[in-house]
Design a protein around this ligand. Structure first.
Ligand code: GUN
Length: 292
């Protein structure tokens, strides 16, 4: 079994991006600038947003963090998005999800300028992905493809089972794995909460991408020998062994499944860090697109 080290690969990617940014500075070109909007006090979202901002600093990007209490009105949030859309210095904008229930996520996502949609969640970005046109790829699925590529894991003709159908991971992941491209060309089965005989399907998989958000869902008796396992789950569960009082659990029962897997991602340190590296890559693309 080989452990897929997302922390190392994301650091390699960040180093590559930092080199490009340093060269841009030397050439007098624009420094990429990412704006992140966070609404509310959710601990997980705060951690993600802080890591995104910190990663911007590490690679030499400018960043702007905008925070609101969870009482902010939808109109106020939409007005801020419009302001950022019109700010020529800002290249990329993301609004951290989930949002409080009185705010429509759909409206918010649709209000982001597609040219600044570095999360790739806007219907225009999603539509382009479906149509096979160049676009911002959602960060987590793009990070997973990058991991498969850097570990030289063959996907062509393989049976890839995606667990979960979210707009953020499951759906775009299914599209990426089946597209006609290197690290695509797989036969993909998408499973979800209504799938019958799920273990029968996962046992046929050469590659499993687990993005259900159910801690330790995938067990050893649900996979075949030699499977490649990508764990996207990051559920916070109570723990009296950590200072914070919680720890992150993936969707895979790691100790069991790793015994049968040929490659597997750990949680934390697998897919998570790759999401941020992909976001930085998209922000760099946003600047480059505006120049051309
Ligand atoms: N919440 C969980 N994952 C993501 C993500 O990739 N982007 C945003 N904006 N919110 C998220």
């Amino acid at each position: 079994m080989q452990l897929i080290d997302g922390k190392k690969i994301s650091q390699d990617l960040k180093n590559e991006i930092a080199e490009v940014v340093a060269q841009r500075k030397a050439d007098g070109k624009k420094i990429p600038h990412l704006a992140v909007i966070l609404v509310g006090e959710d601990g997980g979202s705060q951690t993600y947003v802080n890591s995104k901002v910190k990663s911007c600093e590490q690679v030499g990007f400018k960043s702007t963090k905008i925070t609101y209490p969870d009482t902010v009105s939808e109109d106020e949030l939409l007005a801020k998005i419009s302001e950022v859309n019109n700010d020529a210095d800002i290249d990329g904008l993301l609004v951290q999800l989930p949002l409080p229930s009185h705010i429509s996520e759909e409206k918010v996502i649709e209000s982001i300028d597609p040219q600044k949609d570095v999360d790739g969640f806007h219907p225009i970005s999603m539509g382009k992905l479906v149509a096979g046109m160049p676009t911002f790829l959602p960060a987590t699925p793009a990070g997973i493809v990058e991991l498969l590529d850097r570990y030289d894991i063959e996907t062509e003709g393989k049976h890839c089972v995606v667990l979960g159908r979210s707009h953020i991971v499951g759906t775009p992941m299914t599209l990426l794995m089946s597209r006609k491209a290197k690290r695509g060309n797989a036969t993909v089965t998408m499973c979800h909460s209504r799938t019958k005989n799920l273990a029968e399907i996962t046992r046929q998989a050469d590659i499993i991408i687990a993005a259900l958000g159910i801690p330790e869902f995938l067990k050893a008796d649900m996979v075949k020998e030699g499977v490649v396992v990508i764990d996207v789950g990051t559920t916070r569960v109570k723990s009296d062994k950590t200072k914070s009082g919680w720890k992150l659990k993936g969707d895979v029962l790691f100790d069991e499944v790793s015994q049968k897997a040929s490659f597997i991602t750990p949680v934390p340190g697998g897919v998570g860090p790759m999401t941020i590296a992909s976001l930085l890559k998209n922000t760099l693309s946003a600047v480059e697109m505006n120049e051309n």
